[in-house]
Design a binder for this molecule. Structure first.
Ligand SMILES: *Cc1c(COP(=O)(O)O)cnc(C)c1O
Length: 359
């Protein structure tokens, strides 16, 4: 029997485990920060019609430049962005991979501030880059001085700043992003996967793009647009950055179906953002009610809350699962990460958390 260990796999991949949060069929799934709401019926119908229009031409390769979709993303983001400044991929993870393929690679380094998104070291590994993890302070916030000092100490080729940060929910101030862009020699990417959930949606690094040609801002439709299953992420940057990303993408990487689906969904951004508002309310409710229960939730600008003060996270995870509720143990001592759900789902997890002490 051949096992993975017997294969002539790259030396640097030996012993690694793939990314994988559990995918369990339980009633309340609050573990991977998905949008709790299904795609609305009217939006789904519009998407199906757009796909139906595209389908007869599926004998041809899709528009390699996805021009219509880039125009739609530029309009959605605002800030005077032009389609030439937009890039997209099959999820923002693919966009991040394109960035590292173009600007990273063997002999180069990626710096980020941990705890942060667990895919960053894996993406760096995949392109043979060195991963540099600079620890955050106890409250997970980042200051201009701390970021500038880390960049000066490590001289990285690429810096990833996740804001709001997964798994802590911490937003990064624009003055800190400016400090990074001013002090870094290479690329600075702000991962704004959760930007729409921020308390102040206008506080985005998109506002800084004009001043910093090596600053990149990535977004995703997975969270705010309830589109995790379709796989659409995108990025805004200087047009020459987009030219660099064209060098590493696979030919026709965005299928005609993906382009049609995203285009149709973007027409419904007002409706989708109204649901984001509902989720923001449940996020704030999680923070308020878990505090009242005696836990220590961290402030969050995302659609999830990192909850501190959990005596035994592994036992709590199992106790919640016994009640049909899936949350995430991200491996930070004394914490669990809980995604904001519908009002009913949030009530369920709050009741289960309240019962933990008693059990
Ligand atoms: C969920 C998430 C993404 C989005 O990934 P997709 O590939 O677009 O689904 C990106 N960055 C962070 C930090 C995330 O948590």
């Amino acid at each position: 029997m051949t096992s993975l260990d017997d294969l002539p796999i790259r030396d640097d991949l030996r012993g690694l485990t793939p990314y994988g949060a559990p995918q369990l069929e339980v009633p309340v799934r609050l573990n991977v920060n998905e949008n709790a709401y299904r795609v609305p019926e009217a939006v789904a119908l519009d998407i199906v019609q757009e796909i139906a229009r595209a389908l007869p031409d599926a004998n041809r390769y899709p528009d390699r430049e996805f021009d219509a979709l880039r125009r739609a993303f530029a309009d959605y983001l605002g800030h005077g962005l032009e389609p030439a400044q937009i890039w997209a991929g099959n999820g923002s993870n693919e966009v991040l991979q394109h960035v590292l393929q173009a600007f990273g690679g063997p002999g180069r380094s990626l710096l980020s501030f941990t705890p942060t998104y667990s895919m960053y070291p894996l993406l760096a590994q995949g392109v043979g880059m060195r991963w540099i993890a600079e620890p955050r302070p106890a409250d997970f916030t980042l200051t201009p001085d701390a970021v500038r000092a880390a960049i000066q100490a490590h001289d990285p080729d690429v810096v990833f700043l996740c804001s709001p940060n997964n798994p802590t929910g911490t937003a990064i101030g624009l003055e800190t992003i400016e400090a990074a862009a001013e002090s870094a020699r290479g690329i600075v990417l702000v991962d704004e996967a959760y930007a729409e959930f921020a308390h102040d949606r206008s506080r985005t690094a998109l506002a800084l793009l004009d001043r910093f040609p090596r600053l990149l801002v990535s977004r995703t439709m997975s969270k705010a647009f309830a589109f995790a299953g379709i796989r659409v992420g995108y990025l805004a940057a200087h047009p020459s950055v987009v030219d660099a990303l064209r060098l590493v993408r696979l030919p026709y990487h965005l299928s005609a179906i993906t382009q049609a689906a995203a285009l149709a969904a973007l027409r419904h951004s007002d409706e989708m953002l109204a649901r984001v508002d509902a989720l923001r309310e449940q996020r704030d409710r999680l923070v308020d009610e878990l505090s009242a229960q005696g836990y220590s939730p961290y402030p969050s600008d995302a659609n999830f809350v990192l909850v501190g003060g959990v005596a035994d996270p592994q036992a709590a995870f199992r106790a919640l699962l016994d009640r049909g509720i899936l949350v995430r143990d991200v491996g930070l001592p004394g914490t669990l990460r809980i995604t904001a759900g519908t009002p009913a789902e949030t009530s369920a997890v709050l009741a289960a958390m309240a019962a933990l002490d008693a059990e």
